[in-house]
Design a protein around this ligand. Structure first.
Ligand SMILES: Cc1ncc(C[n+]2csc(CCOP(=O)(O)OP(=O)(O)O)c2C)c(N)n1
Ligand SMILES: [Mg+2]
Length: 558
């Protein structure tokens, strides 16, 4: 651990704040607890860090997670022991699944009370053991800087993920001469030159190669290199599940996003003879339940994390390397001669992708999701950030919005409801000059919608759109598919969402007809405060590709 001989006399809590400052942290999300009053006290002097106080730790931790995605630097969340930590656990689950760098600081019970089932005591090594990259309890204030430096380093290196640091209350209050530690940089692994050469040769010889681009390409800051690589070696690109902005959607080589839906994007991957997976662990949704790539396809994988290579599929080449450095090395090779047959294959899928992403007219007696998507697409700035909660309404956002600017889409690949509002707030803090839209269902909104109060308090002017179909439609769809005409437990009697928005000091508008949405959106854009637009939709239109009746009759909903 690179430490200096320098020390500073301070308590453990102030040392924590010092470390956050040292790591360049700009926002800390928290719900205060008596277990970390010294950290809160230290925050008073940290003028460069904005302390955001949330209304629920679930909201706080998801906000930190989305903020991390949007800044590509570790999000920081501070919560109290037991109840606070358990509430925050959804953010840790999400960060683990979504490979997001996150540092959760938990105020712990006093050292002398540990192991006695003290009030609100939990052993975090056990509790977060299967979720976090590292869980550690700090029992000596002199260890705070070294442990936090390591925590930040681990969160953002290799496959990014969450780290949990437990901080006993009395340790945080204890004053000592604390040794200072400088942050240490991430080492970027160079690619093996022979593997780059082999990859370029195999790409040249392939008939229909395809790139599957994941969030690793975004964390590596390799967007321009990926575009140049795709163009130079004439390889089309698809993005992994819920990483919709990992490649410009308006590029002629973009063939769509992989999801649980069977569509042309999945067909393109299935028909490829070589799959180049870059910065992805090839998760379940991306690979249609690990059926892709299939055994006849050649797989080449590039990732900075050894454990990601070959997690579920055996690669012909598994390259442990910094993604940007690998692409730069490949770009040193000359361009192969143009391959007209391959171009024809790319153009064919590209045409289908463009048709697929164009919303058709779909008249309803309430508000058509297709019209809402079209109005957004034609009105909102290209750099608008869209975040989605979990639910079927999100399928329209995935399908019909265009993400051609980096960092314009954030969704939970873990599929947790309650993501929409906190993630839009986190993303808006990261990109304050952009429009940020939280897309939520009537179910998911009520899980963390209270963070609208946080948005209003700090003047974080997000626009929340609640698609109200008075149901947990996604589950209803599954019910109809498995147990036709036997709905159970999935319908709602809802509050007045627009009035709820107003109660949170936001602009609240209800939209009941197609032609009311655009004026509402325009009003929200100039509201100068958070806004909530409640969009009344028909449950019958259960997904962009099926009606409820069709699902009941046996057609797949996605
Ligand atoms: C925290 C959490 N609880 C439950 C689920 C299971 N689930 C997935 S989608 C969904 C329904 C979401 O309903 P809503 O937000 O109204 O969106 P809709 O499907 O109606 O468009 C449920 C219950 C989940 N993914 N996450
Ligand atoms: Mg719903």
């Amino acid at each position: 651990m690179p430490s200096t001989a320098k020390t500073r006399r301070m308590n453990g809590g102030h040392a924590v704040v010092d470390c956050l400052r040292n790591e360049g942290v700009r926002h800390v999300f928290n719900v205060p607890g008596e277990s970390f009053t010294s950290i809160l006290d230290g925050m008073r002097n940290a003028k460069e860090i904005q302390l955001i106080t949330n209304r629920h730790e679930g909201g706080a931790c998801l906000m930190a997670e989305a903020y991390a995605k949007a800044t590509r630097t570790p999000g920081v969340c501070v919560v109290t022991r037991g109840p606070g930590a358990t509430h925050a656990s959804i953010g840790i689950h999400c960060a683990r699944h979504d490979s997001t760098p996150l540092v959760l600081l938990v105020g712990q019970v006093e050292r002398a009370a540990r192991g006695r089932e003290a009030g609100q005591e939990i052993d975090y090594t056990h509790f977060f053991g299967s979720l976090a990259k590292w869980v550690i309890e700090v029992n000596d204030p002199c260890r705070v800087p070294a442990v936090l430096s390591r925590a930040f380093h681990l969160a953002r290196s290799g496959r990014p993920g969450p780290v949990v640091v437990s901080l006993p209350r009395d340790m945080l209050d204890e004053t000592a001469d604390i040794p200072l530690v400088e942050p240490y940089p991430i080492m970027r692994a160079n690619p093996e030159p022979a593997l780059i050469q082999e990859m370029v040769q195999r790409l040249g010889a392939a008939r229909t190669p395809i790139i599957v681009a994941g969030s690793g390409t975004e964390y590596a800051g390799a967007r321009q290199e990926l575009i140049a690589f795709s163009e130079k070696f004439q390889v089309p690109v698809v993005t992994t599940y819920r990483r919709l902005a990992a490649f410009p959607n308006d590029h002629t080589h973009y063939l769509g996003n992989l999801s649980s839906a069977r569509n042309h994007t999945r067909d393109a991957v299935a028909g490829a003879d070589l799959v180049l997976a870059i910065g992805t662990r090839l998760n379940q949704q991306t690979t249609a339940g690990w059926t892709l790539p299939h055994p006849d396809q050649t797989l080449i994988q590039i990732d900075p994390a050894q454990e990601v290579i070959g997690q579920n599929h055996r690669p012909a080449i598994g390259m442990v390397s910094d993604i940007k450095l690998a692409l730069v090395a490949a770009l040193e090779y000359p361009a192969p001669p143009p391959n007209p047959a391959r171009q024809g294959w790319i153009d064919e899928y590209r045409k289908v992708q463009q048709e697929w992403a164009t919303p058709p007219e779909r008249p309803t007696s309430k508000v058509s999701m297709e019209k809402v998507m079209l109005d957004m697409k034609t009105t909102l700035p290209r750099d608008t950030v869209h975040t989605v909660d979990a639910g079927n309404f999100a399928l329209w956002v995935h399908k019909y919005q265009e993400f051609s600017v980096p960092d314009t889409f954030f969704g939970p690949t873990v599929g947790c409801m309650g993501y929409g509002v906190p993630s839009a707030i986190g993303a808006k803090l990261a990109h304050p000059n952009r429009v940020a839209i939280a897309h939520c269902g009537d179910g998911g909104f009520l899980m963390t919608g209270q963070e609208m109060a946080t948005a209003a308090q700090y003047g974080i002017n997000i626009i929340t759109v609640v698609y109200n179909n008075s149901a947990l439609a996604t589950i209803r769809m599954h019910q109809e598919a498995q147990y036709p005409n036997r709905p159970s437990g999935t319908d709602f009697v809802n509050p007045d969402f627009a009035a709820l928005g107003t109660a949170y000091r936001a602009l609240g508008i209800q939209v009941t007809r197609d032609n009311e949405f655009l004026p509402a959106l325009k009003e929200a854009l100039k509201a100068n405060r958070p806004a909530l637009i409640e969009v009344m939709t028909e449950l019958e239109y259960i997904s962009p590709t099926a009606t409820l009746l069709q699902v009941t009759a046996g057609q797949p909903g996605r």
